[in-house]
Write a protein of this length. Sequence first.
Length: 403
Amino acid sequence: MSKSRTGWRLAPVVLKAMSVRQTRRGDPHPLRLFRAVVTGSTDLSVSNLGPGFIEEALGRGFGPMLAHVGRGVDGGPFADRIRSADLTARVLTADKLTTIEEVLEAAQAVGCRVALLKGAATALRYYPAPHLRTMGDVDLLVDNDAREALAERLRGRGFRQCFVPAAALTHMKHHDVPFWYPQSGVWIDLHTGLHPPTSLSASLARFSPAVLASRFSPIAVGNQTAYAMCHELQLVYTSARWSEAFDSQRGVYPILDAALLLQKHGQALDWDQVKAMVCGSWAVTALRVLLSLLDACRLARVPGDVLRWLAARDRHANRISIGLLHRLVTRYMMGSPPAGAVMSEGTVPLIWSALLQPARPYGNILRIPYYVAFPPGAVDRYSPGRAARRIRTVVRRALRTAS
């Protein structure tokens, strides 16, 4: 029997062991909402989504999306809250864009080129309206040589930098100490690199700002001009940053970012350029996970030959691990919170991390129980007392689940 067939026979066993059941209950409600946003539909019946999902959607920042694509919002029990969420998002987004303009004006005065990263870039380029893409801190990429001059200029304009312990500075080598603008309450991160030092893509010369400088193009922000990645680089960057850590709260936004990018520019995308960026690196795995997810969830059309190319060159994931990763997304990022003897808010990110290590696929699958028992990064990772507490917690969850 071939390895691929053996893998498919093992898949249900692994899924059952992780309490990731394969069901036919239909798509999670966020998928229906996201598909409506991606396709531009305005005929999604809000009442059919159910009060439980609407409550959750409002809590997770999806209110503006409901207002944008929902039918039957007016007059419904959640009408006022949905309209309030939409109006609040518009105000907050306007504040962020105004603050970015302030930074761009200061950057122009010192001759510093500024590029938009993450939500600031995708909100302006791919979403039907910028406020539909909630943003936390504003991430900006600046030239390292001009960073200090820009920082001094920002301080002169009223931006403030918070105190950061010296121990934390070692993890912030790719961006400066964050700035806070009191007039808008917006936080700004000035990055000098695309990836943090701990990233699996940080050491790749192909992702250095100097190499990628030609793959940025101008973008208007109010009366100022910034830069943004070309669509091919944006797709690769989004998939890499998203895959590095499981974020149950905000991880859905990069998925929607990529889906809207492909919806708007997929036919004109230079896939050969995309392949050249990721070939021979862990980025192949990251891109495959995200693109295959978009294709499986019917959020975007991905050329079959691209998916086959990625699968043939992916050294770190196979069909079993890809299926597990997709299930973690649809159940624990888009669906209900983790529940079960093993699955919890703490273990899901560990399983995600184990499956996406730069190692052989079956080795990554076998690494799951080790990561769950001894979480990487924990101070007392191998403490017998800690192990005993984890075992006791799992047993208690198992008993509650059984009862």
